[in-house]
Design a protein around this ligand. Structure first.
Ligand SMILES: [Zn+2]
Length: 342
């Protein structure tokens, strides 16, 4: 089969479009003919290499897959050959206490397709049967592939971790990113008021189209000042963080008393500081969030199938041009998802 493979970490041009053997499946696995694979910032981290994370090389990246079942293992009963599927990116042991509690994103063996195992930037990918989710028929393969990781992550952050309540104020950092565009929609779905930030007025217009109530251009405006103005000096109940070092101080300063900051990433750097007096006297909560559960993904896909949540696809590249797609994603000029068509 054709696949995107890298043999060493580095810039986008380490991604090669080459012929590799088709994966062999186990009895509880399926082989999926990939139709579309969406990119995430995770793909950039994996390509560059992360300290202490021994990504097996050579490696096929890609976490977000939509496609059709090509082959089923001998123990598979719930899907058949030819069926359209969206894949849950998280692969776990399925047996531990966390997994059987439905909290599979806490499994010690948790990994994503394309992270510690081969992913979907290929003509075929193998996954456990349990990772096959019902296909939202109203969506194209490119749109369907744009749903799982970002919507599951944003849902887990806002609903699972921050326990967002109707009428609360939410600050969504980086509205143009995949998780940002998902978070705006989920927060609005829960009846929150959304303040969204982005680095250009063009991106802010798109954030408004997704439902953002207030817009902050972080290149020309100071986030904490705009939040204070919009909330009549109170601050927001929830800050949706994934940017990291570049926005951390603004995010903390934007919290209302008893506010919750929830974060799933640090695209601009891992270092942050906090004044502990501010943390305790204002009774703030800092919440980490990692991926999401398969159950949350089932909910998200149901809402996507009903048109209540809409994947935002910025641009589609052919699989062979994965390197160009990575470079485009790294340039941060997109609004929403960059997707590879296979
Ligand atoms: Zn487990």
């Amino acid at each position: 089969m054709k696949a995107i493979v890298f043999e060493r970490h580095g810039p986008p041009d380490v991604l090669k479009y080459i012929e590799v053997p088709q994966p062999a499946i186990k009895p509880n696995e399926v082989l999926v003919r990939v139709k579309a694979c969406a990119l995430n910032h995770l793909d950039i981290w994996v390509r560059l290499g992360l300290p202490g994370v021994p990504i097996p090389l050579p490696h096929i990246p890609g976490s977000d897959v939509a496609g059709e079942i090509a082959q089923v293992g001998s123990e598979v009963t719930s899907v058949r050959v030819g069926q359209k599927v969206v894949l849950a990116p998280g692969v776990t042991c399925g047996k531990c206490s966390a997994c059987v509690s439905g909290l599979d994103n806490r499994c010690r063996h948790f990994t994503n397709l394309g992270y510690m195992i081969d992913g979907g930037c290929a003509e075929f990918v193998r996954v456990p049967e349990v990772n096959c989710l019902p296909y939202p028929e109203n969506l194209s393969f490119e749109e369907a592939a744009a749903v799982p990781l970002v919507f599951q992550t944003a849902w887990h952050m806002l609903v699972g971790r921050a326990q967002l309540q109707p009428g609360e104020d939410v600050l969504v950092l980086g509205a143009s990113s995949g998780v940002g565009s998902a978070a705006i929609q989920i927060a609005k779905f829960f009846g929150a008021r959304v303040i969204a930030t982005a680095g250009s007025d063009e991106k802010l217009t798109k954030a408004k189209d997704l439902g953002a109530d207030h817009l902050v251009n972080h290149k020309t405006q100071k986030i904490r000042e705009e939040v204070r103005r919009i909330t009549n000096k109170r601050g927001v109940d929830v800050v949706f963080e994934h940017v990291g070092t570049a926005t951390w101080d603004e995010s903390i300063a934007s919290l209302a008393p008893c506010g919750r900051l929830v974060t799933c990433g640090a695209t601009t750097g891992f270092d942050a500081r906090i004044d502990l007096r501010f943390l305790f006297s204002r009774q703030l909560s800092l919440l980490g969030s990692y991926m999401g559960t398969k159950s949350e993904l089932h909910t998200v896909l149901k809402l996507a199938a009903a048109g209540r949540l809409k994947p935002v696809v910025d641009r589609v590249f052919p699989l062979a041009q994965a390197a160009a797609a990575h470079a485009y994603l790294e340039s941060s000029s997109q609004f929403g998802k960059v997707v590879l068509r296979v």
